[in-house]
Design a protein around this ligand. Structure first.
Ligand code: CA
Length: 729
């Protein structure tokens, strides 16, 4: 069941070929500077702790407001989002003795993606549905809980589960953003609600899954929903009152709409508007700011990453082409006003769901004999970018995983050179690398100034892109304009895409522009990363708990012996002279919402929680039970019914119940559902809403009984064709 713990790689430089960076290993002559032994490492740690940096190309991040070496005060540790803890009591020499200190279980199941915050001896962590827990950081004793009471039906608008990536804590207030669009401030001592403000109309398919960031006296938050047809924006609110201070739309609205539209806003009017064609505003356009931000107080710049286009296919969204700014871009603004300063677009005219919302890290690098203030990002499109963060100038862009949509990025123009067929012209499918899951998704990476390496939760995958024949936009529904998986359902193609999925921890040298090592994982979908001054890298590994790796060569040094599914970012803190490692866990979250490949087969959804380790820890950990499976009824549908059911399933069911009707983990696998037994029973959740309280939306205004029966015929067919196959997306 727990494949990952059984597979202990002995070769920490696996034979992974990328078309970009040269494969290297610790035995590679080019790696010798890293292999000088303990002396250099000891010097580097001593230098780091003294605030002096002696290593060759590694320089410290700019001084950051409000960090503390013993606490974890901000989402990414510091405003530069380095996710590097200077604590070193737990290190490569003793990490094998790491054991459970305590754990706290949430009271609701579903996915958990949070990075906890630790301030003044209290841990603040958000679970599914944006429920916030405040816990004593010594022993996990609950101090208070805040449940924002999100209506269960709102879950239909969450592409990738009702997750929350964390809270922000500042000046006695805890800030959380809810899936239905409320930004709330809580008293950090009592959990009392201080204020709550709506960021959007919850009837529209916007959601918020990201963590707010405090920037001086403002709280900044974006939103999600670009698979459903929305127009993205990011907002800043007064931290004391919740009043809206500024809002930045990432795509132009309808120019005919008057003064609140794009035309009134200079960067949208002058820069973005000329890059769109047709009537994109009918589709929203996309460009949601659903995750990453970083802040440089010295340059007085706030950076945010912008998501994919809506619909995915540019030919639908903006017929005739265009770059479609600011989709798939990194945008820098003045934090006090939201005033535009610069942008860099990673994927002009996105057609592949290539968001640039992935984690960004700010640091200083010595490049070409000059110290540069840089911003680094590994977005979904498979290229690792280093930008000058003062100006937005592109310094380098290199493939960090297999990529076939573009041959390279031209450094002079800053633009990718696309490969033929990559935009899947009508009737022609394209097997694209990376897939819509990306070479790297939202799971945060980390930067170690000791090794000069960026640690990336990397993924290799292939996705099938094909125009949806006769695509018709349906307001507030799943609207990508793309068929994935292909029609009719072909087990061989599904298997090919699934077999291409692999995950690894990648150590990337941003100066030499190459991979230094890659350590493979058993699962393709793994967790965020923490780097520490103990020369350790911690990462959740695909439903197999938390693991620790040597930051210098990628050797696996420790792994927790539990079923935990950790995808958020682990943290480290120190209390009473003791160093702790903490990580939130929970079943669900995007791929694991519908995947049972590496997860416990349980009788009911399993609530996650917050799990904490220390040296010599011996606390008990929970274990999960086995799940019985129900055989499907006989395959009764005609090929025509199954084909129509597949179309309907892809539009209305897939994002929760999994591609090919194969689910698991946090969601019912319909192939084994008791509702599959007959047509009347199967239609009741869909047409009568009998499971609404559990978050299953009804489709009575959309589907007719013959539609639900076609969906049932498709699911039954898949139950027979793909019996015994673990689900994935
Ligand atoms: Ca997307």
């Amino acid at each position: 069941m727990d494949d990952s713990s059984a597979q202990q790689p002995t070769d920490h430089a696996p034979p992974i070929n990328t078309s970009g960076g040269r494969r290297t290993s610790a035995r590679d002559p080019a790696m010798r500077p890293f292999m000088l032994g303990p002396l250099l490492v000891t010097m580097a740690i001593a230098g780091a702790l003294a605030g002096h940096w002696a290593t060759g190309h590694a320089a410290p991040a700019a001084p950051v407001t409000g960090t503390s070496s013993t606490e974890w005060r901000r989402h990414g540790y510091d405003a530069a989002e380095t996710r590097f803890s200077p604590l070193s009591a737990i290190n490569t020499g003793n990490v094998a003795h790491l054991g459970p200190a305590w754990h706290f279980r949430f009271d609701r199941p579903r996915g958990v993606e949070a990075t906890p915050i630790m301030v003044d001896g209290t841990l603040y962590v958000s679970g599914p549905w944006g429920v916030v827990y405040a816990l004593d950081a010594r022993n996990g004793r609950p101090k208070w809980k805040h449940d924002p009471q999100v209506p269960a039906g709102k879950g239909i608008h969450a592409c990738c589960d009702v997750v929350n990536r964390g809270v922000a804590v500042d000046n006695g207030r805890v800030f959380v953003a809810t899936i239905d669009g409320r930004l709330q401030a809580l008293d950090s001592r009592s959990g009392r609600l201080l204020w709550s403000t709506r960021s959007f109309d919850p009837a529209r398919p916007y959601t918020i899954t990201g963590a707010p960031r405090v920037v001086r006296d403002l709280v900044v938050i974006g939103n999600a929903g670009a698979e459903y047809g929305v127009r993205g924006f990011v907002s800043a609110y007064d931290a004391a009152t919740g009043d809206l201070r500024w809002r930045f739309y990432t795509v132009p609205g309808n120019p005919a709409d008057g003064p609140d539209s794009a035309v009134s806003d200079r960067p949208l009017r002058d820069l973005a508007l000329p890059t769109w064609r047709g009537e994109w505003w009918r589709y929203g356009g996309g460009g949601t700011v659903w995750d990453a931000m970083a802040w440089d107080p010295d340059l007085d710049l706030l950076y945010f990453g912008v998501g994919n286009g809506s619909p995915h296919d540019r030919d639908v969204r903006s017929p005739g082409g265009g770059d479609n700014l600011f989709l798939s871009s990194i945008v820098a603004v003045r934090p006090a006003t939201g005033e535009y300063v610069w942008h860099y677009q990673t994927t002009p005219g996105d057609s592949w769901d290539y968001t640039a919302t992935q984690h960004m890290i700010l640091t200083d690098l010595e490049i070409g004999g000059r110290s540069r203030k840089v911003l680094m990002q590994a977005p979904k499109n498979g290229f690792f970018y280093v930008l000058d963060r003062a100006t937005g100038e592109l310094l380098s862009a290199d493939k960090y995983v297999p990529v076939n949509w573009a041959s390279h990025v031209d450094l002079a123009s800053g633009r990718p050179v696309e490969n033929e067929g990559a935009r899947y012209p009508t009737g022609k499918p394209f097997l694209v690398q990376p897939s819509q899951l990306g070479g790297h998704n939202w799971q945060p990476m980390a930067w170690s100034p000791l090794t000069g390496l960026v640690y990336i939760p990397a993924q290799e995958n292939t996705g099938f892109m094909m125009k949806e024949p006769g695509f018709r936009f349906e307001r507030d529904r799943w609207n990508t304009g793309v068929l994935n998986p292909p029609m009719p359902p072909d087990p061989a193609v599904l298997k090919q895409a699934r077999d291409s999925m692999r995950g690894h921890l990648l150590a990337w040298d941003p100066v030499r522009r190459t991979a230094v090592w890659r350590t493979p994982h058993a699962s393709s979908w793994n967790g965020g990363v923490l780097a520490t001054a103990g020369n350790l890298v911690f990462q959740g590994v695909g439903g197999g708990g938390l693991a620790a790796f040597d930051a210098r060569d990628g050797r696996r040094l420790w792994q927790s012996d539990t079923w935990l599914d950790i995808v958020g970012g682990p943290i480290s803190y120190e209390l009473d002279g003791q160093q702790y490692i903490a990580a939130a866990a929970g079943f669900g979250s995007s791929i694991h919402l519908t995947s049972s490949a590496l997860l416990p087969r349980t009788g009911a959804p399993v609530p996650g929680g917050l799990f904490v380790w220390k040296l010599g820890g011996k606390a008990a950990m929970p274990h999960a039970s086995e799940r019985p499976t129900l055989p499907p009824p006989p395959d009764h549908g005609s090929d025509a019914d199954v084909g129509r059911g597949a179309m309907l399933y892809a539009r209305y069911c897939m994002q929760c119940h999994g591609a090919g009707a194969m689910a698991g983990g946090g969601m019912p696998d319909l192939r084994h559902s008791p509702y599959l037994a007959d047509a009347a029973l199967f239609s009741r959740p869909l047409l009568e809403g009998i499971l609404a309280a559990r978050g299953m939306p009804d489709f009575r205004d959309t589907l007719r009984p013959e539609d639900t029966e076609a969906i049932r015929a498709y699911v039954v067919r898949m139950a027979h064709v793909m019996s015994g196959e673990a689900g994935t997306r």
